[in-house]
Design a protein around this ligand. Sequence first.
Ligand code: GTP
Ligand code: MG
Length: 334
Amino acid sequence: MHRRDLLYRLDLQNFTRELLSLYDELIPTEEEEVRRRKFFSKLESLFERELPGTRLFLFGSCVNAFGVCNSDIDVCLSVDEEEPNKIELVVQMATILESDAMLNVQALTHARVPIVKFTEPATGISCDICVNNTLAVVNSKLLHDYAQIDVRLRQLAFMVKHWAKRRQVNDTYRGTLSSYAYVLMCIHFLQQRRPPILPCLQEMRPTYEVKVGSIRCAYYDQVETLRDFGADNKETLGELLTAFFDYWACQHDYNHSVISVRTGGYLSKNEKEWTRRIGNERHLICIEDPFEVTHDLGRVVDKHSIKALRAEFSRAANVIAFDFNPWATLFEPY
Ligand code: GTP
Ligand code: MG
C-alpha cells in the first residue's frame, strides 16, 4: 500500500472515531427518555379529561429512532371523524393547555398542517400537537423500522441532521429541508451502496398494512430478520459520510432525478411530472415521500435556497477532503 493511501486510511479511521464519539454524545440519555414518557402520560391524562373520545399518538423523532437529545416532541391528536375541523380543534387544545399552565402556547392555525405549540414548564420540553396526521405516525414507524436493520443508518442520519442544524439548512420555513427529508436521503443512500446496507422494505412481501384515506401503506416490517442484511458491506461511518456529501455535492442529477425510498432507486422527474413549477412548488431537489407519492419533500426549496443548500453540500465535501481536522470544521456553526 502507498504511504499516501495509508495516511488516508488512518485519517478516515480517526474521522470515524471522532464522529462516533459525537454520535454517543447526541444520543438521548435514559433520564431524558423517562422524562419524556412522564410528560406524555401527563398529557394523555389531561386530554382524557378535557377531550374524551380522542387519542394521542407520538410521531417524529421521539419515536422514529432519529431523535437527538433535547429534541421536541411531536404528538398527533386522533379524532374519530372523517373531516374534523382541525383549526377549531387546535384553538380548543390551546385553551386547554393554557389553563393547565403550559408556557408559550401558540395555535398555528394557518400552517399547512395546523398545530398547537407549547412548552412544559417543569421539564422545559417543547411539544407540537397536530390533528389526525395518521400518515406521519405511519412514516415514523417506517423510519424506525429501517433504523433497526443497520446501526450505520442511525449514525449517519445523526451526523447529517446535526450538520444541517449547525449549518442552518434544516428549516422548511426558510426553504431548506426537514429532518424527515434528510433521514429519507440517508435511507436512500444506504440502499444504493454496493453491496447495499439497507433493503427496500416497500418492495418486499408486506407484513404490515394500513390504509390512510385512499393511501395504502404496506411494507415488510419484520426487520429483526434483516439484522445481517448489510453485513457484506464493511464501510465505516467516516467513509459513508464522506460519500454522502460527495454524492449530493457532485454526483446527484438535480435536473432529472428523483430519489425514491419506496422503490429503492431513482425515478425521473418526467415520469413524476415534476418538471414544471406549479404554484410555489419548483422541484429543484426531488425527494419522493414513501407513501404520499405525489408529495415531493424538496418542494419547499426555492431558487435561492437551492444555491445555499448545494453550497453547503460542496463545503462539507471539501472540508472532508481537504481540511486537517474535518470533524471540527464540518459542524462549525454557520
Ligand atoms: P427533529 O424534530 O428535527 O428532531 O426531527 P423529526 O424527525 O421530528 O422531523 P420533523 O420535525 O421534520 O417532522 C416530524 C415528523 O412529521 C416526521 O418524522 C414525519 O413523520 C412527519 N413529516 C414531516 N414533514 C413531512 C412531510 O412533508 N410529509 C409527511 N407526510 N410527513 C412529514
Ligand atoms: Mg420533531
